[in-house]
Design a protein around this ligand. Structure first.
Ligand SMILES: *[C@@H]1O[C@H](CO)[C@@H](O)[C@H](O)[C@H]1NC(C)=O
Length: 212
């Protein structure tokens, strides 16, 4: 007991401070302290100013010169610590014409996509493999239920600008092409698990930076 009680004490301290958002109004993350399973511990309230609650990182378009022709600029806890414990976050997504088609999922969040400019064809695939997709224009929004595979393809001729909001301060992101073609999963295993041709897999590994 004597051995473990300091650990229990430390963990309960971490948990109680990380959970402050539930009993207090906010818990701006102290990124210098370790993250616990329920989030970061709080910066001391007396040190906070309005600037802790303002983030100016989304004003500039991301660089879309990449294989996905898309750039995601995040406002999640690491970029914007005030979101810690509040269950919400935002990202700016810039998509060049023809880009943004890469299918992906956010394991921990439902998403609302808001088209600020340009035209996208956006959709998701349900667990029953039914496809829901539509072409959206300026002002339109679409909701993507949590965890489902989805895409936002720029189907117009000009760059598209989107704001996407998430029902989590830490939505997570997994891009299917990166999962399959941007790592060292051996080509034979990719072929065996996807039924794709070896030549096509090698081409995609080349494009996405995978090896093996
Ligand atoms: C955009 O990214 C490409 C590829 O990494 C790079 O060559 C280019 O300089 C970048 N452009 C800007 C404006 O940063």
């Amino acid at each position: 007991m004597r051995m473990i009680s300091p650990i229990i004490f430390t963990v309960s301290l971490l948990l109680s401070s990380a959970c402050h958002a539930a009993v207090q109004e906010f818990c701006v993350a102290d990124l210098t302290a370790p993250e616990s399973p329920v989030g970061y511990s709080c910066k001391k309230p007396e040190t906070l100013t309005v600037n802790d609650f303002v983030y100016s990182g989304l004003g500039v378009a991301g660089n879309t010169s990449n294989p996905l022709k898309a750039a995601v600029t995040l406002a999640t806890v690491p970029e914007f610590p005030a979101l810690n414990g509040l269950g919400i976050s935002l990202a700016r997504v810039d998509v060049a014409a023809g880009g943004g088609g890469a299918i992906h999922t956010h394991p921990r969040a439902t998403e609302i996509v808001h088209v600020v400019s340009g035209e996208i064809t956006a959709g998701f695939i349900s667990g029953a493999n039914k496809v829901y997709y539509k072409t959206l224009n300026k002002g339109d929004i679409i909701v993507i239920p949590q965890g489902l595979l989805h895409f936002q393809l720029n189907s117009g001729r000009i760059p598209a600008k989107l704001y996407v909001s998430f029902s989590s301060a830490s939505p997570g992101l997994q891009i299917l092409d990166n999962a399959l073609f941007a790592n060292n999963l051996p080509t034979e295993l990719v072929a065996a698990t996807t039924f794709l041709d070896i030549a096509q897999i090698k081409k995609l590994k080349g494009a996405f930076g995978g090896i093996g």
